[in-house]
Design a protein around this ligand. Structure first.
Ligand SMILES: [Zn+2]
Length: 89
């Protein structure tokens, strides 16, 4: 007999942390790699805003006030999932 709750958990695994190619601010990355900060990781040094724009989705560096990435959606609105999923400990 198959455990359906296990099945559904596996289907939602994409909602856990799966980032394998982080998007970073080039200026933050340069400063961090030049050891000009006391932060232990680039992730903690980064200070990014993420949000929708009229054209798509933008990642913005608050520290440097520059665009990091702007994803244009075009005619097709991508599927978005805002559910929060926490790993069971
Ligand atoms: Zn930056």
């Amino acid at each position: 007999m198959k455990d359906s709750s296990l099945d559904s958990k596996e289907k939602l695994d994409y909602l856990l942390y799966n980032i394998n190619k982080p998007i970073v601010c080039v200026k933050c990355a340069d400063e961090f790699s030049n050891s000009s900060t006391d932060y232990k990781s680039l992730q903690s040094y980064s200070n990014l805003d993420v949000g929708y724009t009229d054209l798509g989705l933008q990642i913005w560096c608050r520290r440097h006030e520059v665009n990091v990435c702007h994803l244009k959606f075009g005619d097709k609105q991508p599927e978005a999932d805002f559910r929060c999923l926490e790993k069971i400990k």
